[in-house]
Design a protein around this ligand. Structure first.
Ligand code: SDX
Length: 433
């Protein structure tokens, strides 16, 4: 995948009294990269980049983001076109295989995913070991990790066929597991998948349906949910995807790698921001209180941040947030609800986008700012928001994991450090300290 690309130019580093040249490579689009793989061997120095703000950790052909222009492409297709015109199964196929499927390919892929939606009955027993008030993300971490104990026929990660079976199982079972995590918290029975429904419709029925009566999938809600899944499917080398890649680089079990990604996504700085953003909007409560929170967000001594605002890469409006805002309006209208939180969100956005602090720091709404408004209107509790993010992002995680494993240049990830601790010193017996 790598060195066959022409070396674009060279970057010369003057260090330790000598100049050392490093190849500079250009991808199909985006910033050049300085290939520093030989830096330590040739100079004895490491680079220092905590948080990887300037580091390309891998080569990938799946997702491209231009943060300044607010562009997000999946295999070259703009996110707003996919959200408007595609389906989640089609986007999943695209991310995994690199091209939009032909009709027959899409039908075969959808059939395969549909036939893997059930989970082993023992997993239901396992899930019943949690407390009823367990956070759904704690359940998702545990259950997805536990899948590694159930499937021994698809863990030879060197076999592309077995990798694809594990990938299909994960994509297929995440809605079932997420719905089970929700049902368990509300004390309702688990609903089995119904294969006649769409991927999204099946999830809605497993979540909101009950055995006592038929469940009709609302097509407007189904379309909104499908769009939300597409918006969350993949996002380049974000923290949770990088976690999956790093876990996978040791050859770990694929289900365990995805469980590691779920754990990382849970954090409020990452996927947990959708839950935190809605809680923040509810705490603000009404537009008159917005200035107080804007002031807190700007106060260096106050750890408060405007949740759902800012992004490591987007220094422009997150294209997903635009689609999410439109979806929020559509769902609220369909549900016939007016949610004051939505009014607070739109007012807060307008005030922040015209505030010098946010303009100077290029802080715009991200995908998490409006998603909570939509999900709440559909009927999900805030505790389920990040579980839905994990459900959708599983497609991106498995696509990135497959790409990493099949990269001939792939090796175990093992960063170094800038050591600032004690230099060597001798042990002192406790009586002499
Ligand atoms: C996701 O990486 C991805 O692609 C993630 C994601 C995906 O799809 O996978 O897009 C999903 O995680 C979206 C982000 C959700 N998180 C939040 O909404 C939480 C609130 N946002 C921030 O915590 C923050 O913006 C981050 C974590 C998202 C990004 O942080 P960075 O890139 O490390 O930037 P930073 O913290 O260095 O902030 C730069 C400046 C700082 O001020 P100075 O130190 O320069 O004075 O901007 C300020 C920050 O204090 N700042 C904010 C702010 N976000 C950044 N100030 C107020 N409110 C905010 N939300």
């Amino acid at each position: 995948m790598a060195d066959d690309q022409a070396t674009f130019s060279q970057a010369t580093l003057a260090l330790g009294g000598k100049d050392t040249a490093f190849p500079v490579r250009q991808g199909s689009v985006g910033p050049e990269v300085i290939d520093i793989r030989k830096l330590y061997g040739q100079t004895g120095a490491f680079t220092y980049d905590p948080g990887f703000t300037s580091t390309a950790a891998c080569e990938s052909a799946i997702t491209y983001i231009d943060g300044d222009a607010g562009i997000l492409l999946h295999r070259g297709y703009p996110i707003d076109q996919l959200a408007e015109k595609s389906t989640f199964m089609e986007v999943a196929y695209l991310l995994l295989n690199g091209e939009l499927p032909k009709q027959e390919e899409l039908e075969r892929f959808t059939h395969t995913i549909t036939r893997h939606t059930m989970v082993h009955e023992q997993l239901a027993t396992f899930l019943r070991g949690f407390r009823r008030d367990a956070h759904p993300m704690a359940v998702m971490c545990g259950i997805v990790g536990a899948l590694s104990a159930f499937y021994h026929d698809s863990t030879d990660i060197t076999d592309p066929q077995q990798r694809m079976i594990a990938s299909h199982r994960l994509i297929a079972k995440m809605p079932t597991i997420a719905a089970m995590a929700y049902k368990y918290t509300v004390g309702q029975p688990f609903m089995y998948p119904q294969n006649s429904l769409s991927y999204t419709g099946n999830f809605l029925r497993m979540t909101f349906g009950v055995p006592a009566e038929p469940y009709e999938v609302n097509p407007v809600i189904e379309r909104a949910m499908r769009r939300i899944f597409i918006l969350h499917a993949d996002h380049e080398q974000n923290a949770s995807t990088s976690t999956v890649r790093l876990a996978g680089s040791s050859g770990a079990n694929p289900f365990a790698c995805i469980a590691a990604g779920i754990a990382c996504l849970w954090g409020p700085a990452h996927g947990g921001a959708n839950e935190a953003a809605l809680n923040m909007l509810r705490e603000i409560g009404r537009p008159e209180r917005i200035p107080e929170y804007i002031a807190r967000a700007k106060d260096k001594d106050d750890p408060f941040r405007l949740m759902g605002f800012g992004h490591r890469v987007y220094k422009n409006y997150d294209p997903r947030a635009k689609v999410m805002q439109a979806t929020a309006a559509e769902v609220l209208k369909e549900m016939g609800v007016t949610d004051p939180v939505f009014d607070v969100a739109r007012e807060l956005e307008q005030i922040a986008l015209h505030d010098e602090y946010f303009i100077e720091k290029k802080l715009y709404p991200n995908v998490d700012f409006y998603s909570g408004v939509v999900l709440s209107a559909i009927g999900f509790p805030t505790s389920m928001f990040t579980a839905l993010f994990a459900l959708a992002r599983t497609v991106g995680w498995v696509a990135q994991w497959n790409e990493m494993i099949s990269d001939p240049e792939q090796k175990i990830g093992r960063p170094r450090q800038l050591y600032t601790g004690h230099t060597q010193r001798d042990y002192v017996p406790v009586g002499e300290r």
